[in-house]
Design a protein around this ligand. Structure first.
Ligand code: FE2
Length: 212
């Protein structure tokens, strides 16, 4: 059966997620990083377009199709994780003082400070990638994960509550390569805890918070 326009979803750069006036993370750093994020959005759209063309040409068994398929997860995760990351950055100088997220940190780690040390340790893993506070959507339990590059380490069905980019591009406008620790300390001062709390509250309600 012929369908009218199956096509694919065309993603947009989500300008509303771009952080402003962060503490100890310069706007030049964010601008440079934002340009990389735009590249991921473009690549996702390009990949979908090329895969569609190859399908329409009956070339799903071709090397070109397999090659583009192989890039799929890298580009999608690159786009999506940046949207979570920028979405949980804000100069609001909030502390996490109460609520279900804090309670869950105590249940899963003992206390907030133990969670924080573990999250920072994940972020200092000697590789490029991401530190992610994940919630198991089934149990509500929290765990800190290191994701190598964009894809290796994500857990299917777990919900990202707090996402920290630790690729060197995330801090090399402001710091040298050895400055990851300073960047992580700056990140911790700019967490949008309201957003993280909202993501976790939605987990408890069986709902996924939209990225934008
Ligand atoms: Fe990044």
């Amino acid at each position: 059966m012929e369908s009218a326009t199956p096509k694919y979803h065309l993603y947009d750069v989500r300008e509303e997620l771009k952080p402003q006036n962060l503490l100890e993370i310069s706007s030049e750093q964010i601008d440079d990083h934002w340009n990389l994020y735009k590249g991921y959005v473009k690549q996702v759209n390009t990949l979908n377009e090329e895969l569609l063309k190859l399908r329409e040409a009956g070339e799903v068994s071709s090397l070109a199709y397999a090659d583009r398929r192989r890039r799929y997860g890298f580009e999608y995760n690159g786009m999506v994780l940046h949207e979570y990351y920028f979405g949980n950055l804000k100069n609001n100088q909030n502390e996490l003082e109460s609520g279900d997220l804090l309670k869950a940190m105590a249940q899963s780690f003992g206390c907030y400070n133990t969670w924080k040390k573990d999250f920072e340790a994940a972020a200092k893993s000697r590789a490029i990638g991401w530190a992610i506070l994940y919630a198991d959507a089934t149990t509500g339990a929290l765990t800190n994960h290191f994701i190598a590059e964009h894809g290796n380490g994500n857990v299917a069905g777990f919900i990202p509550v707090l996402v920290l980019d630790v690729w060197e591009h995330a801090y090399m406008v402001d710091h040298l390569a050895s400055g990851r620790g300073d960047y992580i300390a700056a990140f911790m001062k700019n967490i949008n805890w309201d957003k993280a709390q909202e993501r976790y509250d939605d987990v408890l309600r069986g709902k996924l918070t939209p990225r934008f």
